[in-house]
Ligand binder design. Structure first.
Ligand code: ZN
Length: 171
């Protein structure tokens, strides 16, 4: 892992304010997994290059990029950007593990993988019409995304991601 940018915060500095991530165009899968781990993660538009650095600086994002060329350039404002180089050959799981380990992060309450919104517990009865009948038989806990209104429950996909997050965090 390479880290660049002046004044890169120590991992401990994230305890109070969790880092927010800006992923380059090739790391959309990682952005989704970071949201599942409870972190805000945006994906930049294709081939933005320098604009990604600017956006990261402006918004206080940690920039995640698989383009080492981008990291060879200097951030537009001094000391503003922490950027991590993520190998594109890594699987999403390995990329997530790398970010969590290198920044000393622990999984937080999951966010919507699609939009990053907060997931709010919701009574089963209020969403019953949207639950696949077989799922309704064996799950009683449901969550709605505050951002896009997507419905979530702890199904096999969620369990698989949770397992990967625990591995990534080394717990
Ligand atoms: Zn959402």
């Amino acid at each position: 892992m390479e880290a660049c940018g002046l004044g890169a915060p120590a991992a401990k500095g994230f305890a109070a304010t969790p880092p927010r991530f800006l992923c380059d165009w090739s790391l959309g899968g990682l952005a989704r997994w970071l949201r599942a781990a409870g972190y805000e993660a945006r994906q930049g538009a294709a081939r933005q290059g320098d604009r990604l650095l600017e956006e990261a600086a402006r918004g206080g994002f940690v920039l995640l990029t698989s383009e080492s060329r981008l990291l060879e350039r200097r951030p537009p404002r001094e000391g503003a950007v922490l950027a991590l180089w993520i190998p594109s050959a890594f699987s999403k799981r390995e990329q997530l593990a790398m970010v969590m380990r290198d920044l000393g992060l622990q999984p937080r309450a999951a966010r919507c993988m699609a939009c990053g919104g907060e997931l709010q517990p919701t009574p089963k009865e209020s969403v019953r019409a949207r639950i696949p009948p077989r799922t309704a038989l064996w799950r009683d806990e449901y969550f709605l995304c505050a951002g896009c209104d997507r419905l979530f429950w702890r199904g096999t996909h969620w369990e698989r991601i949770s397992g990967a997050l625990r591995v990534a965090a080394g717990t």
